[in-house]
Design a protein around this ligand. Structure first.
Ligand SMILES: Nc1ncnc2c1ncn2[C@@H]1O[C@H](COP(=O)(O)OP(=O)(O)OP(=O)(O)O)[C@@H](O)[C@H]1O
Ligand SMILES: [Mg+2]
Length: 447
């Protein structure tokens, strides 16, 4: 199945395009902004990207388009634009966009352009799908908790139990789900279909999940498989299950219980064999006791539960992850980065990583892309580095730091900033050179 990514900040128009494309038989991912799109571009390959440039502030400049040109030239790009600025269209086509679509347009026109763009590129290139088997060991981690997760994933990869994965955003829930599904198999062997449980509006829920028969409603011009049938024989990954609507929850429960479903407008019930892997950053157990999540569904999904701790609670994993991403990313971006200095590792280890592994990966990508150094230095991580230096002064709220200690920390920080040039530091601090020298001597004697 051809895979399309829709990037459109306008909620309604994004949902409309997405639904239309799904009905047209495509696998669709959608995201409101380009920065989110990059994440997806790293994790998936697409046959087509549809990106919206209607916002005036975009100034016909698409970072996604540039990225595609450099990293995935086999992917077609369609630009969506609403005020039809011809200059803009011309510019993006010159930059390599495959086609453009003016909004609002007719559904037929939209699908025709999509089909055309995909054909145009697939004539010239075929996307190599990943042929080597996936390995659970793509999950990097040496902490006891990650070792347990990897062990568990291995154990259940070949039995079809449903799995419920907990973890904060960016901890690797989808990665673990894929590892369970793909372990020892190639990408083509059986389907892995990922859906965002919160993003399918209730009124199209049935036709999305179950598909429909020709003539089931106006617009149903041919039979159409739903997501469950697409995932048949494989895995349906239910992302953000904690945000699923009550309707979604009850439909899902029925399918899991009966292992059967019926296309909308069809009389025939079809047997399906699907493994469900659900993921959430919510506490489902307390949602069950509050009555916002169905207990019966929770029991069906959470046959096996896996909980991925936040990165700050498994700091041993940070270094292996750094080297893993450094290797991967410098290869992909074609940059010759030799490594990372010990001091930088120190700074990265001290950080809290609220965005978890995703934040670490993105920080390294940014550092590799922008750094002029052969070895990554703290300055290549400006935000994290300044948080590190601020924390030297904050300590615990009720902790009283002796002035002498504050002076020492401050002096060391400034010395480093000016490359240990004592004359310059004395001048910057407005003290005499000998005074500075004496203070530094004292610090040295203390250490
Ligand atoms: N242990 C790991 N080893 C290697 N890469 C990892 C690991 N954990 C996460 N990643 C990478 O970090 C990124 C985020 O992971 P993933 O998308 O699986 O997180 P998530 O928990 O699904 O996040 P969200 O809740 O925001 O959807 C991905 O690019 C993934 O490949
Ligand atoms: Mg995810």
């Amino acid at each position: 199945m051809k895979r399309i990514l829709v990037v459109d900040p306008e909620h309604d128009s994004r949902l409309t395009s997405t639904a239309l494309l799904r009905q047209g038989g495509y696998e669709v991912h959608d995201i409101p902004d380009e920065s989110g799109a990059f994440q997806l571009l790293h994790d998936y390959s697409y046959d087509l990207i549809i990106t919206d440039l209607s916002r005036p502030q975009c100034e016909c400049d698409s970072a996604v388009l540039k990225w595609i040109q450099e990293n995935a030239p086999q992917t077609a790009v369609i630009i969506l634009t609403s005020h039809g600025s011809i200059d803009c269209v011309v510019k993006t086509i010159q930059m390599g966009a495959t086609d453009y679509i003016l909004k609002p347009g007719s559904d037929d026109e939209f699908l025709k352009k999509v089909e055309g763009a995909i054909q145009k590129t697939s004539k010239h290139h075929s996307i190599p799908s990943r042929k080597e088997p996936y390995r659970i060991h793509d999950i990097v981690g040496i902490s006891r908790s990650m070792e347990r997760i990897i062990e568990m994933a291995l154990k259940i990869s070949h039995i079809g139990s449903n799995v419920l994965i907990y973890g904060e955003s960016g901890t690797g829930k989808e990665l673990v789900a894929k590892a369970i599904h793909y372990h020892g198999r190639t990408e083509d062997e059986r389907p892995f279909v990922a859906i965002n449980s919160a993003a399918i509006p209730d009124h199209i829920l049935e036709s999305e999940l179950f598909g429909y028969a020709k003539g089931a409603f106006t617009g149903a011009v041919r039979d159409k498989k739903g997501l469950l049938e697409e995932a048949n024989g494989g895995t349906l990954f239910l992302d953000e299950i904690g945000d699923a609507s009550p309707q979604f929850q009850s439909k899902l429960l029925r399918v899991i219980e009966e292992q059967k479903m019926r296309r909308v407008g069809d009389t025939r019930a079809r047997k399906i064999n699907v493994r469900f892997i659900a993921a959430t950053n919510k506490n489902i157990v307390s949602m069950v006791s509050e009555g916002t999540f169905r207990a019966d569904l929770y029991y069906r999904l959470g046959i096996v539960e896996i909980s991925i701790p936040p990165l700050k609670n498994r700091k041993e994993d940070i270094y292996p992850l750094i080297t893993h991403f450094l290797h991967d990313i410098s290869k992909r971006l074609g940059k010759k980065i030799k490594g990372i200095s010990d001091e930088t590792v120190q700074v990265l280890l001290a950080y809290d990583w609220p965005g978890n592994v995703r934040e670490l990966k993105n920080s390294i990508e940014r550092a590799v892309a922008l750094s002029g150094n052969k070895t990554l230095e703290p300055e290549d991580f400006p935000i994290i580095n300044s948080a590190y230096h601020d924390s030297l002064f904050s300590g615990h709220e009720d902790e009283v730091i002796p002035l002498k200690e504050i002076e020492k920390r401050y002096l060391l920080k400034i010395m480093k900033k000016y490359s240990y040039n004592q004359k310059l530091v004395a001048k910057k601090l407005g003290i005499g050179y000998t005074t500075l020298w004496r203070k530094l001597k004292e610090i040295e004697n203390d250490m």
